[in-house]
Design a protein around this ligand. Structure first.
Ligand code: FAD
Length: 300
């Protein structure tokens, strides 16, 4: 699935094939900002906040990267106008990282500046390990200029380097979202064994919760959630000092339950025409979702 997520031919076919597009609504809010706002209103009504994400990971020109900036400026304006409870998540490749890191920096800077002006927050997603260091470096530059509550970053517990990265970033200080990681990585850089990924997740989660900074614990794994709740309870760490985060369309029951139990719960809500790689990564995480797709395709 991760391999297929990078196949351009299949991507072109899937994005044009109508029945396939319909199924994506399981994980993707829609194609426009307005459709996404409707979805986020519902999420807010269920006691959760959101993170708005425009899907487009592989821009191929500086002009396309500028269009992404314009899209995010519109998102931030619409969040303000509508009063929905949402911040935004960005990917640096979307802003031109593969073309020129400096272009990506300037573009990300423009979005963070606007978020600061509107009292909102930008989360820089983490992509594959080839850009981990670059992402951290650009994030640090943003953090030098903007505040703790303007911009944050993501770390992935499957990477061997992540605990050290977390230790350093917490000292900045920086707001971190910890997740397991969604890309296909070689064993030199990532733990191949799920058990190690989970152990590292818990280690990093404990470091984050003990730091006194507001972080995001992003997972659908009941064991990771239980470990977080137990650790916070044992250490007297208040529910209001961190948030759980999950993806739109995944474990909605658990999202609502945690919100009802008084935890801060944020749902990551992607939208846009370029849904293919994101959608394929979600299928890769859970084979049952592949059957869901097949069943619905056969149903027509
Ligand atoms: C808010 C948020 C932001 C993220 N940002 C990034 C990022 O910036 N970079 C990055 O690399 N990754 C990101 N991810 C993805 C993350 O790295 C994992 O790939 C994904 O969350 C699956 O890991 P898990 O912790 O849910 O545990 P897993 O071990 O994958 O799954 C544990 C259990 O969760 C449930 N579950 C998990 N996935 C699904 C699914 N797709 N459908 C239905 N049930 C499921 C199942 O019950 C499963 O048994 C993000 C995830 C979240 C929630």
């Amino acid at each position: 699935m991760i391999y297929l997520s990078r196949q351009e031919g299949l991507k072109d076919f899937a994005t044009r094939f109508r029945p396939f597009k319909k199924i994506t609504t399981r994980f993707v809010a829609g194609e426009t900002i307005d459709e996404t706002i409707q979805v986020i209103r519902q999420i807010n009504a269920e006691g959760c906040s959101a993170s708005f994400d425009h899907l487009n990971e592989s821009v191929t020109s500086a002009a396309e990267a500028s269009e992404e900036v314009a899209e995010y400026l519109s998102i931030l304006a619409r969040i303000d106008e509508t009063g929905i409870r949402s911040n935004v998540s960005i990917k640096l490749t979307q802003f031109g990282l593969a073309l020129d890191p400096e272009i990506a920096y300037k573009n990300a800077r423009r979005v963070v500046e606007e978020a600061q002006r509107r009292d909102n927050f930008v989360r820089v997603d983490m992509e594959d390990s080839q850009v981990t260091q670059l992402t951290i470096d650009l994030f640090k530059r943003l953090r030098e200029e903007f505040g703790l509550n303007d911009v944050g970053i993501v770390l992935q517990s499957y990477l061997r380097r992540t605990y050290q990265d977390a230790q350093q970033l917490v000292k900045l200080p920086a707001r971190i979202r910890i997740c397991k990681g969604a890309y296909n990585e070689p064993p030199e850089v990532a733990f191949p064994d799920k058990k190690d990924v989970n152990e590292n997740y818990i280690r990093v989660m404990r470091l984050l919760l003990s730091s006194g900074i507001y972080h995001g614990i992003a997972t659908h794994d009941p064991k990771m959630i239980e470990a977080t709740i137990n650790f916070a309870g044992r250490e007297g760490i208040g529910k209001e000092t961190f948030e759980f985060q999950m993806l739109f369309g995944v474990r909605r029951d658990l999202q609502r339950q945690l919100a009802r139990d008084g935890y801060n719960m944020r749902v990551y809500v992607p939208y846009g025409k370029h849904w293919y790689p994101y959608f394929m990564r979600r299928l890769a995480e859970r084979p049952a979702n592949i059957w869901f797709v097949m069943k619905n395709l056969l149903k027509g």
